[in-house]
Design a protein around this ligand. Structure first.
Ligand SMILES: *Cc1c(COP(=O)(O)O)cnc(C)c1O
Length: 464
């Protein structure tokens, strides 16, 4: 008997499920009532009332049996815990950075880092700063400057690395600002605020060379380093035969340090760190860490959190996992594109972004088209995404309202949580809302705070 090797085109979930969490089904009538009670703001819904929750991929993933077993065996010593040394050795192995400063999440690492290095009048360039990064830089009196390539702002452009830094703009910023006023150059992988788009190895190397030329430190915002490594493997010439772990090592080898939220590619529910090479800077940062986070061998984390992250960093780099992860996002993107729904192309690493300005041209930005589409997803199918548009960014410091650059609905995928049938259902819901798009109306805000209003504002439909 001679059988040909079986080759499958199906990318299956690379895990089996042993512990399950039931989801609760509701009727459309119930959801209409729940949405109304929540002031038409999905942030104010109870998670139990959501069937498929794509609000964020941050801290919402499922942990593995190896992570849980590490957590049971953790060391909760205040000083010198073995769980710290395990995390330190994982971070060193993957990033090569000498010093590890553990924090309770990514923004705590940013707080320590920027408080230590940024001064009034400084400029900190990046491809695109994430909002917490920007906030910490501005809090320190410095300017956060986004220098992503032009394609990064064009939803339809299919450039394979839309997260790349514009090198000409970077060099001009260095000349105009002066080396002394640039304490660090950052690059965010993948570019979360720019659609989860990756950065190429070539671009990381070029930014690093420029930073070295001007003797400016270069740090990576590494939250989705593993997803970025996968895009390099699959889209950049010369990397298809390399393991994601080796690609990640190479990415980090060009940098002097990184900030990290372990709630993303740390595959944990909480945690983060700052890692860096400079002895001097590390010791300054540790002083602040003790003040704001905790003793240097636990920072903001319990021993069991450090165990979960130490294991999670490697699981995030597993090829079978990454293939499934990136494919499940692209799978939804393909289904929506085939149905004629405009989305940010190509699909990124952790989310699909719907272009609501194109879908709902009859709703002006000041009546929040992306908000309207997102609420319809909940009403029709119990799905929760998030508006990234004028409700989130439109309010100006003087109280006036200005349309955001784009009106997007972000559907971010928790890691290892949903299966292909969940995604099939999701596509049906989105397509069904899309087909009835002319029925959708705008919204107005009836009450809410002046900053970060999207979290707690209450709204009303304009044309119920
Ligand atoms: C989530 C995130 C952060 C902040 O991390 P937290 O753990 O949420 O504090 C910083 N940068 C990027 C790119 C992120 O996605």
């Amino acid at each position: 008997m001679k059988l040909k090797e079986f080759e499958s085109d199906t990318i299956i979930e690379p895990f089996r499920i042993r512990s399950v969490e039931p989801v609760r089904f509701t009727t459309m009538e119930e959801r209409a009532q729940l949405l109304k009670e929540a002031g038409f703001n999905p942030f104010l819904l109870k998670a139990d009332d959501v069937l498929i929750d794509l609000l964020t991929d941050s801290g919402t993933g499922a942990m593995s049996s190896k992570q849980w077993s590490g957590m049971i065996a953790s060391d909760e010593s205040y000083a010198g815990s073995s769980s710290f040394y395990k995390l330190e050795s994982a971070v060193r192995d993957i990033t090569g950075f000498k010093h590890l400063i553990p924090t309770h999440q990514g923004r705590a690492a940013e707080n320590i880092f920027f408080t230590t290095i940024a001064r009034e009048g400084d400029v900190i360039p990046s491809n695109t700063h994430f909002d917490t990064t920007r906030a910490h830089i501005e809090h320190a009196g410095a300017e956060a400057r986004d220098l992503v390539i032009a394609e990064g702002h064009q939803p339809e452009s299919r450039h394979p690395f839309k997260g790349n830094m514009d090198l000409a703009k970077l060099e001009k910023t260095i000349h105009d600002t002066g080396v002394d006023n640039i304490p660090v150059i950052m690059i965010t992988v993948t570019n979360n605020s720019g659609g989860g788009q990756p950065v190429s190895m070539d671009n990381i190397r070029s930014v690093s060379e420029m930073a070295r030329k001007y003797d400016i430190p270069f740090f990576i915002d590494a939250c989705r380093f593993a997803e970025n490594a996968w895009f390099i493997k699959t889209r950049e010439e010369g990397f298809s035969g390399e393991k994601p772990l080796d690609i990640a090592r190479k990415m980090f080898s060009y940098a002097d340090g990184c900030t990290m939220s372990a709630k993303k590619d740390g595959m944990a529910n909480i945690g983060g760190f700052l890692a860096l090479n400079s002895d001097e800077l590390a010791s300054e940062c540790r002083n602040l860490e003790i003040l704001t986070e905790g003793f240097p061998t636990y920072g903001g984390m319990a021993g069991y959190d450090m165990e979960a992250v130490a294991q999670g960093l490697y699981e995030a780099l597993d090829s079978d996992y990454l293939r499934y992860r990136i494919r499940s996002i692209a799978y939804l993107g393909d289904k929506l594109s085939d149905a004629g729904i405009p989305i940010v192309q190509p699909t990124g690493g952790h989310a699909v972004y719907l272009d609501a300005r194109k879908i709902l041209p009859h709703i002006p930005p000041t009546q929040y088209p992306a908000w309207s589409f997102n609420n319809a997803l909940y009403l029709l199918g119990g799905v929760r995404g998030v508006e990234i548009g004028t409700v989130m960014f439109g309010r100006q410091p003087d109280g006036s309202e200005k349309p955001a650059a784009m009106e997007l609905v972000r559907l971010a995928f928790p890691r290892r949580v949903y299966t292909q049938s969940h995604v099939d259902y999701l596509a049906e819901v989105i397509i069904s809302v899309f087909r009835q798009r002319e029925q959708l109306g705008g919204y107005k805000i009836v009450s809410g705070p002046t900053v970060l209003r999207h979290f707690s504002a209450r709204l009303e439909p304009l044309d119920p």
